[in-house]
Design a protein around this ligand. Structure first.
Ligand SMILES: [Zn+2]
Length: 193
């Protein structure tokens, strides 16, 4: 059995963890919602901390909008790793960012090759994210990065289960709450069962 801490700290491997962290700059609804990156300064600090932007590079309100748009397209694409199919509109958004992302193959003495952007600033950060997603889609790790099935949560988590059956960001949190709700619904529909 995994402890709650282990379960909640399930991070995607390698660079894909940055994509997961980006998606998780916003999740949840209502009073318990988690929201980061609500200003250019917050976005700048986040991008620098995650190695996507050089210290001192400018970030505008337009950049905040672009990062939000790519983030929500990624969340939608990740949802397809559960029960749904990829939405054409999200594929279109991703492809638009990919079109603006000049990437070149880089080999490394250790570790797999990566796609590196030939751009600086936020444009470069967006391009690098596109490269990370493509690499993860081809090396098989993408399929394990999922969005919590709880519609009111939608947090990204890395499914480490053997049969890739994980559905919730945390069994103790969203998993148990939803199971309890489904049980109550069944009881209400069929009280004599
Ligand atoms: Zn959840």
């Amino acid at each position: 059995m995994m402890t709650l801490q282990e379960e909640q700290s399930k991070a995607a491997p390698g660079a894909l963890a940055v994509v997961q962290a980006l998606v998780n700059t916003q999740y949840g609804q209502g009073r318990r919602a988690h929201r980061e990156l609500t200003s250019p300064e917050q976005l700048r600090v986040w991008l620098v901390a995650h190695g996507l932007l050089a210290e001192g590079a400018p970030v505008t309100q337009g950049d905040v909008r672009r990062v939000f748009q790519l983030r929500e397209a990624l969340r939608s694409l990740l949802r397809a790793n559960q029960e749904t199919t990829m939405l054409a509109s999200s594929i279109e958004v991703f492809n638009r960012y990919a079109l603006d992302a000049p990437l070149t193959v880089h080999l490394h003495p250790d570790g797999p090759p990566t796609l590196e952007p030939d751009l600086a600033g936020v444009d470069g950060a967006l391009a690098r994210l596109v490269g990370i997603v493509f690499t993860a889609m081809t090396d098989g790790t993408w399929a394990r990065l999922k969005v919590c099935r709880n519609e009111r949560c939608q947090k990204a988590f890395y499914d480490t289960s053997k049969n890739r059956s994980g559905a919730w960001c945390s069994m103790a949190g969203c998993g148990s709450r939803l199971k309890a709700r489904a049980y109550r619904h069944r009881r209400a529909a069929h009280p004599e069962e």
